[in-house]
Design a protein around this ligand. Structure first.
Ligand code: PLP
Length: 496
C-alpha cells in the first residue's frame, strides 16, 4: 500500500545537482539511493513515472528507465506491473539494527565507570530541586486523609498547567489536563485509546525512536514524512495527511528531537488546517518547548491553531526540570478526557502525588529555574560545537535554536559502525538509524549536549579517535563510501 506520492518536481528539487563523471543513469540512481538512505525519500514513497521524471529533470527516458532498473536491482525500488514504483530499503542496507529489545533508547541508570553516556538527552536536576521536594513534603499532610490516587492529576497541578497554556496563547481549563508519568506515558495512553493494530501513524522522519517503537508495538505502521534541511516540508506533510489517511499524526514542533527544528507559525497553521480537513487526530509533543536557547518566544502551541478539536498536546517535566520526577501531562479537547481516563484506569490510577506536588513547587519558581537551565545548556552547546570544530570539523550540523542535541551529518553512512567503535573508546551514543525507518540515517548521529562541558570535550576527542580508527579499517571507511551524490566514484557499496 502506498503512503504518499512524490511528484516529479519534488524529486527534481531533492536531487539538486546529481550529475557526476560517470554515466548519467548511474549518477541518478546513486543520488536517489542516497536520498532514500538519508530519509528524504522514505520507504513507502511512490516515485514519479519514468516519463514524468525524465520530462522534469530534463533527461532522456532511457536514462531514467536505466536508473530505476538499477535501483530495483539494488533493492531500493519495488515495482508491480501497472503500478508506480515504490521506495523500499533492502534488509541489511544499514550497518546496524535490528536492535535487540527494539529501537527505543533505554537510558542506563549506572553507566560503567569512565564511560561517557551520550544516549540520553537529559540534564541533571536543577538547583532548588531538593527545596521543592521539601516544600512538597510540607504540603503532603493535607492529602494524607484521602486515598492519594489522582487519576486525572492533582487539582493544583492541573490548574497551574492550564494557566501555563493560557499564558502561551491557548486558553485552557483544568478539565482539559490529564497528568501522567511522563510524555511517553501520555503518548502510550493516546495510542492505546485511539490507534488499533494495522492503523497508520504519521511521523516525522527522523523522529524520537521511542515513539517509533511504541507505534511498532501496537502494532501500527509508521508513515514517515521527510524532514528537509530547513525543517518541515509542508507540501509533503499535507500530501501524507491526505493520501495515507493516518489514524494519528505525531509531531514535535518545538526543538524537534533529533534535529532541533522549531516549527514556524505558518507551518503550524497549515498543519492544523490539514489535520482538520482530513479529520486526523494529531499529537504535538512539547517535551522540549521550555529549552529555547536563542529565541525569546516560541510560537503558540500547535493546538492554538486547531479548528476542529483534533490536536492533543503532550508535555513533560523531565527536560525542563528532571527525569527523576516522572511527571508529564497531556492537554486534550475536554470531550476526549473521559475516554482517555477510562483507558488509563486499567494500567494505573495516577502519578505519584509527591512528585506532582514537587512539580507544582517547581512551576511556581520556573522563571528562575529555566533561566539558569538555559544558561547551562547554552554553555554546553557551545562547548560541544567548539570541540567538534576542533576535532571533527568535517561533521556538519545546523545549530539548533533550542533543545538538547545536535543532529550531525557524517561524510558517509557509518553511524552504526561508529557507535560500536565509540563504545570501545568509552562513549555511548545512539545510532542515526534508530531515528528512522528501515535503516535510514546511517549518515547521521545525534550528539546531546547534556554532559558537563569537560566531559563533552572528552567525548568528542574519543569520538574523533573512533572516527579515525573507522577510516583506517576497510569496512565503512568514511572517505571511500559514497552517498552524497556529489562524488560518484564508487557506485557499489551502499553501506558496508
Ligand atoms: C520528543 C520527546 N518526547 C518524549 C520524551 C520522553 O519524555 P518523558 O521522560 O516525559 O517520558 C523525550 C525524551 O528524550 C523526547 O525527546
Amino acid at each position: 500500500m502506498v503512503d504518499r506520492s512524490a511528484s516529479a518536481t519534488y524529486v527534481v528539487r531533492l536531487l539538486g545537482s546529481w550529475r557526476g563523471a560517470g554515466p548519467s543513469y548511474r549518477a541518478l540512481a546513486e543520488r536517489i539511493r542516497a536520498l532514500v538512505l538519508d530519509g528524504r525519500l522514505p520507504p513507502g514513497t511512490r516515485m514519479p513515472s519514468e516519463r514524468e521524471l525524465a520530462r522534469a529533470l530534463p533527461a532522456s527516458r532511457t536514462t531514467v528507465a536505466a536508473a530505476y532498473a538499477l535501483l530495483r536491482e539494488w533493492g531500493f525500488l519495488a515495482s508491480r506491473r501497472g503500478a508506480a514504483s515504490r521506495v523500499v530499503i533492502p534488509p541489511g542496507a544499514g550497518t546496524g539494527g535490528p536492535y535487540p529489545g527494539g529501537g527505543a533508547i533505554v537510558p542506563v541508570s549506572d553507566p560503567d565507570g569512565g564511560v561517557l553516556d551520550m544516549c540520553a538527552a537529559a540534564l541533571p536536576a536543577p538547583p532548588g530541586l531538593a527545596e521543592a521536594v521539601d516544600a512538597a513534603t510540607r504540603a503532603l499532610p493535607a492529602y494524607l486523609g484521602g486515598h492519594g490516587y489522582t487519576p486525572l492529576g492533582a487539582p493544583g497541578l492541573r490548574e497551574l498547567l492550564a494557566q501555563r497554556y493560557s499564558a502561551r496563547g491557548l486558553p485552557t481549563t483544568p478539565d482539559q489536563i490529564l497528568v501522567t508519568g511522563g510524555a511517553l506515558q501520555a503518548f502510550g495512553l493516546i495510542l492505546r485509546t485511539f490507534v488499533s493494530p494495522g492503523d497508520r501513524v504519521l511521523v516525522e522522519h527522523p523522529t524520537y525512536p521511542n515513539v517509533l517503537e511504541a507505534v511498532r508495538q501496537v502494532p501500527a505502521r509508521a508513515v514517515p514524512v521527510p524532514f528537509g534541511p530547513d525543517g518541515w516540508d509542508i507540501a509533503m506533510l499535507e500530501a501524507t495527511f491526505r493520501q495515507a489517511a493516518p489514524r494519528l499524526a505525531y509531531l514535535v514542533p518545538e526543538f524537534h528531537n533529533p534535529t532541533g527544528s522549531l516549527m514556524p507559525e505558518a507551518t503550524r497553521e497549515r498543519v492544523a488546517a490539514v489535520a482538520a480537513r482530513t479529520r486526523t487526530l494529531t499529537v504535538a509533543d512539547e517535551t522540549l518547548v521550555d529549552l529555547s536557547l536563542d529565541v525569546d518566544q516560541t510560537p503558540p502551541p500547535l493546538a492554538a491553531y486547531d479548528r476542529s478539536d483534533r490536536i492533543l498536546l503532550i508535555g513533560s517535566a523531565s527536560k525542563c526540570f528532571w527525569g527523576g520526577l516522572g511527571v508529564g501531562w497531556l492537554r486534550a479537547p475536554a470531550s476526549l478526557v473521559p475516554t482517555l481516563l477510562r483507558v488509563r484506569a486499567v494500567t494505573d490510577l495516577g502519578t505519584s502525588l509527591l512528585s506532582q506536588l514537587t512539580v507544582a513547587e517547581l512551576l511556581a519558581r520556573e522563571a528562575a529555574i529555566l533561566a539558569e537551565r538555559r544558561a547551562l545548556v547554552r554553555a554546553r552547546r557551545a562547548s560541544l560545537a567548539a570541540a567538534l570544530a576542533q576535532h571533527l570539523p568535517q561533521w556538519r550540523f545546523t545549530m539548533p535554536a533550542g533543545g538538547l542535541s545536535l543532529w550531525c551529518e557524517l561524510e558517509a553512512p557509518v553511524s552504526s559502525t561508529l557507535v560500536a567503535l565509540a563504545r570501545q573508546h568509552g562513549v555511548r551514543l545512539v545510532e542515526g538509524p534508530r531515528f528512522g525507518l528501515d535503516g535510514a540515517f546511517e549518515r547521521f548521529i545525534r550528539l546531546p549536549y547534556t554532559l558537563a562541558e569537560a566531559d563533552l570535550t572528552r567525548a568528542v576527542e574519543r569520538l574523533a579517535m573512533s572516527y579515525t580508527a573507522l577510516a583506517s579499517t576497510t569496512a565503512g571507511a568514511p572517505d571511500t563510501t559514497v552517498t552524497t551524490g556529489r562524488a560518484t566514484s564508487d557506485p557499489t557499496p551502499v553501506v558496508t
